[in-house]
Ligand binder design. Structure first.
Ligand code: SF4
Ligand code: SF4
Length: 385
């Protein structure tokens, strides 16, 4: 049995919003729901081949489907993994418009993680229904439901990252930032994609503010993950800098399988669930061979050229595909990582070298540094040039 797999399920591509940067074009966001037969087949195969699995319900907007759908889906999961099994977990990634008391209680009862795509006071730059989502978030916070927010930074909000951070910090909501990527709708309107240099500068300013923010009750992501890695604690980094090929799978409502939840080029199609006997067949497909071959070529370049390779693992292949080509590095995602991670690595090296008074840092940084000092790991190395 293999150890673990993350499976993104897009139960529908339909959506009640029309975000300007969506991975899926309006023509693709059509009604249609994954069948329970497909879910049954998927859960059976995953349970037979993997010791554990995490399912991420994505879309489209997953909550355009009724609560009944998720009750039935999780009952099917229980049938294959066992009731209350620790082998399986779920996250629902939603735009937040349809969250209500019943749904929130269901998530709490079933230990389903909730991720909400929302930019707080700057939400209108990309999306609609800002007040409604804000009310739903306030409800979740009041009732002490656990959830996180994933703001997407566009050209219009690139200088607003610190304001977004403060907005969610003041509400005690965990937050994970990422830029608009030039795929799907944003491939057709590149004016939405933030300038990489502006993104880098503001992202570093935001990190520096969080670093010394005594009121920080939230871990700023991905910066906190970068900091842990920079201090030598090897944790799974953000989506764009984890070595995910072979460990992630995405299924669309019609059963099509892809290596990633982002907008994948058709050349990476890994077949259809109905046509395979086991999950391993999808990873033996021509589509997966193509993305793997291009990724290996890019990583070879990264390995020989870049002193951050061990932290970046050659970045996300789908990002590279749209930014500079599958086999190339040096696109915006690569530049952003080099600068932001490089800054954080330099900060960590300075702290470990100079041993300053740790009380000036937020509690996440203090704990991480103390952990590093009592448990010295590999030397922290600062990138050259
Ligand atoms: S980004 Fe998400 S919420 Fe927005 S239109 Fe696309 S699927 Fe809907
Ligand atoms: S930062 Fe860029 S060059 Fe370095 S490993 Fe990542 S993608 Fe490759």
């Amino acid at each position: 049995m293999k150890e673990h797999i993350s499976v993104v399920i897009k139960p529908t591509l339909a959506c009640d919003l029309d975000c300007r940067h969506c991975y899926h074009t309006p023509a693709e966001r059509v009604p249609g729901t994954v069948s329970s037969d497909k879910l049954d087949r998927l859960f059976r195969m995953v349970a037979e081949e993997y010791e554990s699995a995490w399912f991420i319900w994505h879309g489209g907007e997953p909550l355009t489907l009724p609560l009944r759908f998720y009750k039935d889906a999780l009952a099917l999961q229980e049938r294959h993994f066992g009731k209350g099994s620790h082998r399986v977990g779920n996250t629902i990634q939603t735009n937040g418009t349809a969250i209500d008391r019943r749904f929130a209680d269901f998530c709490r009862d079933k230990k389903v993680n909730l991720g909400i795509s929302f930019e707080g006071p700057f939400n209108d730059a990309l999306r609609q229904e800002t007040d409604r989502v804000d009310r739903n978030l306030s409800y979740l916070s009041r009732k002490e439901h656990v959830f996180s927010v994933n703001p997407t930074v566009s050209a219009a909000t690139v200088s607003k990252q610190r304001e977004m951070y403060r907005h969610f910090r003041d509400r005690g909501i965990d937050v994970c930032f990422s830029p608009v990527l030039p795929m799907g709708c944003a491939a057709e309107d590149r004016s939405l994609v933030p300038d990489a240099d502006e993104y880098i500068a503001e992202s570093i300013r935001m990190f520096d503010e969080w670093l010394f923010d005594e009121e920080a009750e939230i871990p700023l992501i991905p910066h906190y993950l970068y900091l842990l890695n920079a201090l030598g604690e090897r944790v799974e980094s953000d989506c764009a800098h984890s070595s995910c090929l072979g460990k992630w799978l995405c299924m669309h409502p019609d059963g099509s399988l892809y290596p990633c939840a982002k907008r994948c080029p058709e050349e990476f199609l890994m077949g259809n669930l109905d046509d395979i006997g086991r999950i391993g067949d999808a990873f033996a497909s021509e589509g997966f061979r193509r993305i793997l071959a291009g990724t290996v070529a890019r990583r070879e370049k990264c390995r020989s050229e870049c002193d951050l390779y061990e932290y970046c693992t050659g970045e996300c292949s789908i990002n590279a595909c749209y930014e500079c080509g599958l086999e190339s590095n040096g696109g915006d995602s690569c530049r952003i990582f080099r600068e932001v991670f490089g800054h954080i690595l330099g900060v960590c090296e300075g702290i470990l070298r100079d041993r300053p008074d740790l009380s000036v840092y937020n509690k996440y940084v203090r704990d991480a540094v103390v952990g590093r000092l009592v448990n010295p790991l590999a030397e922290v190395t600062v990138p050259r040039g």
